[in-house]
Design a protein around this ligand. Structure first.
Ligand code: C2O
Ligand code: CU
Length: 457
């Protein structure tokens, strides 16, 4: 008998009942679920967290540049959720923004993510629903895309830096989305971990060369990081290689920002070495580096730049459309009114509905995009932070460059820190079709109004 194509399809649709092996049809799963981590000393209870795979951070996804990532996201949380692949120039339908690019994934449901990674570098994934709570509870993990020819280092290590707000019993404090946090600096924590460990240690040798991928996964804290007992260079920011590596001094990371650094251990056996954070006048070791032995007698040669990623070149800036973005609101911001869902409301009414920030006088997602860009169009976006707080502005689906005051272009980035009172301009080629968020990555600010979107078609 000849099997017609139609009959064949009908037969294969029934395969699951024929006991087809699981590997043949199923994607690898990425399950958001609850878990427990021993954050505090062992005389405290373990801390209950939400994590991908129930761990902090979630499982590392590491692939070659140009490879395809396929994960079935399974939601085993008590809330609806989604996954955003931060910094990946992704197909819009895979960007993980509920209500804009996909339906929210309800408890018990799943969603199949399937995309290609065009750029090498350090990225991360995190929940993009109720993120001010879900990311604060631990829903994030690393997504590392390897260069075809990786740099010559002895080890490649990812450090995801987070601050948690823990109560006296070492549990994650409630009060997510509290207006006091949202209207000020955001939900700052009181307990810092690296890869979910408050006392992370690394054993290393003198003259060992390490590639360290630093990721700020905190809800709101801007980390100022430094090294002791090591020297080196910054080779990439937000995943994107710097044309010329920069000497490593202090690394400032806003929430969601990344820095790839290549360091050589200069400390000798028994000397102190560390990754530390500076907080006002005090410095705290985040990772203690225990040095014993030597990798080599002499220091290594200079670090070469990483190979560039295939980014579209910016068009002529003088011809580009310029869309100014005014950032307003928050405590001590003096905002009197803003538009919420098409209605102009006084500040008191906005606050009563949980909103306190505005972009171009609009709180929360506007019905219309900030800009509808033509595919391939170069857009300039001068942003003015007229608030009393810093903000880390993140654009989905693209990398931009900062147009510096002398007209030169900064490195490619996906998140830019604007301190209070600053105006900084970015420019990018709208080369990725779809609907893309632009929002503050201080997640409570995003929740309280600081978000908008762009359309590229
Ligand atoms: Cu890292 Cu819109 O998010
Ligand atoms: Cu903000």
């Amino acid at each position: 008998m000849r099997i017609s194509r139609r009959a064949f399809i009908a037969t294969s649709a029934a395969c699951s009942t024929l006991g087809i092996p699981a590997w043949a049809t199923r994607m690898q799963e990425l399950v958001a679920t609850s878990g427990e981590v021993q954050f505090a000393p062992s005389d405290y209870n373990k801390t209950k967290i939400w994590g991908f795979g129930g761990t902090i951070p979630g499982p590392e996804i590491r692939v070659a540049q140009g490879a395809r990532v396929q994960r079935r996201f399974v939601n085993d949380l008590p809330q609806a959720s989604s996954v955003h692949w931060h910094g990946i120039r992704i197909e819009n339908a895979m960007d993980g923004v509920p209500g804009l690019t996909q339906p929210v994934v309800e408890r018990g449901d799943h969603f199949d993510y399937d995309f290609v990674v065009p750029d090498a570098g350090t990225y991360w994934y995190h929940s993009h629903n109720q993120s001010w709570e879900q990311v604060a509870r631990g829903l994030y993990g690393p997504l590392i895309v390897e260069e075809a020819t990786p740099p010559d280092v002895d080890r490649d290590i990812t450090w995801m830096i987070d601050d948690w707000r823990l109560d006296d019993t070492a549990q994650i404090a409630g009060g997510f989305g509290a207006m006091h946090d949202n209207s000020h600096a955001g939900r700052l924590g009181n307990f810092v971990t690296v890869n979910g460990d408050a006392n992370l240690r690394l054993e290393a040798k003198t003259n060992e060369r390490l590639r360290l991928r630093l990721v700020n996964t905190a809800n709101a804290r801007v980390f100022e990081l430094g090294f002791e007992g090591a020297t080196g260079v910054v080779v990439a920011l937000d995943g994107m290689p710097l044309e010329t590596p920069e000497p490593l001094e202090r690394v400032i990371l806003a929430p969601a920002q990344r820095a790839d650094v290549i360091v050589d251990i200069t400390a000798h056996s028994g000397d102190g070495a560390a990754l530390f954070m500076q907080d006002r006048d005090a410095a705290y070791a985040l990772v203690e580096i225990l040095v014993s032995g030597e990798m080599s007698k002499t220091a290594r040669g200079p670090v070469l730049p990483l190979p560039p990623n295939p980014q579209t070149k910016l068009g002529a800036l003088s011809d580009a459309r310029s869309i100014p973005l005014l950032m307003e609101g928050g405590a001590m911001g003096g905002l009197r009114s803003a538009t919420l869902r098409g209605e102009s409301l006084p500040m008191g009414d906005l606050v009563a509905q949980g909103f306190v920030w505005a972009l171009n006088s609009n709180a929360d997602m506007p019905d219309d995009p900030l800009v509808s860009a033509d595919l391939g169009e170069t857009i300039r976006l001068p942003m003015t932070n007229q608030t009393a707080f810093p903000h880390g502005m993140h654009l989905h689906g693209h990398h931009f460059r900062e147009v510096q005051s002398d007209g030169s272009l900064g490195p490619f980035r996906d998140t830019l820190l604007l301190n209070r009172g600053e105006t900084r301009e970015i420019a990018f080629v709208a080369d990725n079709p779809g609907k893309w968020l632009l929002h503050c990555h201080m997640l409570g600010h995003q929740a309280a109004g600081m978000k908008t979107w762009l359309e590229v078609a």
